[in-house]
Design a protein around this ligand. Structure first.
Ligand code: AMP
Length: 211
């Protein structure tokens, strides 16, 4: 299965991606995670991306298109993949079409802005292994500590309130038009994000079983 996950930042794409990845045995490709790893390593691409991500803006199309082109050519993508966080603009979607990538569906997880703000202010991530938690919805066993590796959890710089509002504006302006793009291709699936992750998962899996 070749799947795109659409949705505002904080709509729960990453969590659903993990579940689908396990069930269908296909890799998740998250441009956000690739960019964060590059930032941490201090690579040239990471340095280029730094200022944009910290402001909650999108990294230039040619940078992320290059990342995806390279990643999709790796062997583990042959049987399918989940794109989490790409495409985020119409030119990125067009670039994917031009690469000859034929996706099965673009699944949009829909969550109200007010709910997104609430969710993101509680998000905590592990700076060592990238695991993600929430102060209300996905508590670690021990407050402020990563379940997976024991590292102290942090708030991502781009999850700070002002940046979140900026990221939401960017989503509505630049990414939301992708819903019409994929609808016109007959590939759009929509799921309403629920309070409980397992409820959203049930809706997601039901939607995917129809393709
Ligand atoms: P995410 O974790 O997916 O929310 O991504 C974090 C940040 O990485 C975003 O706010 C952008 O600055 C950058 N980013 C990730 N994916 C893309 C993309 N497809 N296009 C442009 N910028 C991206």
């Amino acid at each position: 299965m070749k799947l795109i996950l659409l949705g505002a930042p904080g709509a729960g794409k990453g969590t659903q991606a993990e579940i689908i990845s396990e069930k269908y045995n296909i890799p998740t490709i998250s441009t956000g995670n690739i960019i964060r790893a590059a930032l941490k390593e201090g690579t040239e691409m990471g340095l280029k991306a730094k200022a944009y991500t910290e402001r909650g803006e999108l990294v230039p199309d040619e940078v992320v298109i290059g990342i995806i082109n390279e990643r999709l050519n790796e062997d583990d993508c042959k049987e399918g993949f989940i794109l989490d966080g790409f495409p985020r603009t119409i030119p990125q979607a067009e670039a994917l079409d031009k690469m000859g990538v034929c996706i099965d569906a673009a699944l949009s997880i829909e969550v109200e802005d007010s709910e997104i703000v609430k969710r993101m202010s509680g998000r905590r991530v592990c700076p060592a292994c990238g695991a993600s938690f929430h102060t209300e919805y996905k508590k670690p066993a021990k407050d402020g500590v990563c379940d997976a590796c024991g590292e102290a959890l942090i708030i991502r710089k781009d999850d700070e309130p002002e940046t979140v509002l900026n990221r939401l504006n960017v989503y509505h302006e630049q990414t939301e038009p992708l819903k019409s793009y994929y609808k016109a291709q007959g590939k759009l699936l929509t799921v309403k994000g629920q309070d409980k992750v397992s409820d959203t998962t049930a809706l997601t899996l039901a939607a995917l079983s129809e393709i």
